[in-house]
Design a protein around this ligand. Structure first.
Ligand SMILES: O=C[C@H](O)[C@H](O)[C@H](O)COP(=O)(O)O
Length: 229
């Protein structure tokens, strides 16, 4: 597929959202992520909704959009496996490791991704990076543990701040808080994810290494580039 060089970031998102339909298995339930790129995918999915059973959603926001478009949404507990999970990313590297959670949906995203045989990441080309770490790393935390987790990140050179919305700590779909951590170098994503996951009070760290992408549909000025990992 070719695209003129004048496509905006929004148009690139539309392009990859539509390209992701190719990975949806007819007659099945599809795993659906969260974010502005996924919103394009959901809109595209609505055009083939009669050929699928429905979706498992990773956020209240995606659930609302899916349902508004007439796509049935199943609880994750009703599903044993999914062929495919389609989601965006804040960063993705050349191995398919990602940073996610810019939209605060990282925990449910990881849960739904873990049900899927294949993770298809959809992103515009600004998300492809040589190494993870430039985007502030989202970490969902239990509020009473926030200060000690901030100190643990400081000890490894990171500056963690509490994400706020309208002057108040942002509350996730799970009733928890988000820390955004700047200044980290995530040279070994698998080891980093395992390490931070063990800290008491961490609900989910936004490094997706154990649930990495298998495919990335990257929107570029030249069209959709497919990366396989
Ligand atoms: O919590 C949000 C998710 O991880 C999103 O998939 C990620 O932030 C990318 O979102 P967008 O497509 O809006 O850039």
């Amino acid at each position: 597929m070719t695209a003129p060089t004048t496509l905006s970031q929004d148009e690139l998102k539309t392009l990859v959202g539509q390209a992701a339909l190719h990975y949806v298995v007819p007659g099945e339930i599809v795993g659906v992520g969260t974010g502005s790129t996924v919103n394009k995918f959901i809109d595209a999915l609505a055009t083939i909704k009669d050929s699928i059973r429905g979706a498992v959603s990773s956020s209240e926001a995606s659930t609302a959009r899916l349902q508004a478009l007439g796509i049935p949404v199943f609880d994750a507990n009703e599903v044993e496996r999914l062929s495919v999970y389609i989601d965006g990313a804040d960063e993705i590297d050349g191995a398919g490791y990602m940073v996610k959670g810019g939209g605060a949906a990282l925990t449910r995203e990881k849960i739904v991704a873990a049900l899927a045989e294949r993770f298809v990441c959809i992103a515009d080309e600004s998300k492809l990076v040589p190494a993870l770490g430039a985007f502030p790393l989202p970490v969902e935390v239990i509020p009473m543990a926030a200060a000690q987790i901030v100190r643990r990140f400081a000890a490894m050179g990171g500056q963690a701040t509490l994400r706020c919305k309208d002057g108040q700590p942002l509350v996730t779909d799970n009733g928890q808080h988000i820390l955004d951590v700047r200044g980290l170098s995530i040279a070994e994503p698998l080891a980093f994810e395992s390490q931070v996951n063990q800290w008491p009070g961490v609900v989910t760290v936004g490094v997706f290494a154990h649930q990495k992408a298998h495919v990335c549909l990257l929107g570029t000025a030249q069209g959709v580039r497919t990366l396989q990992f």
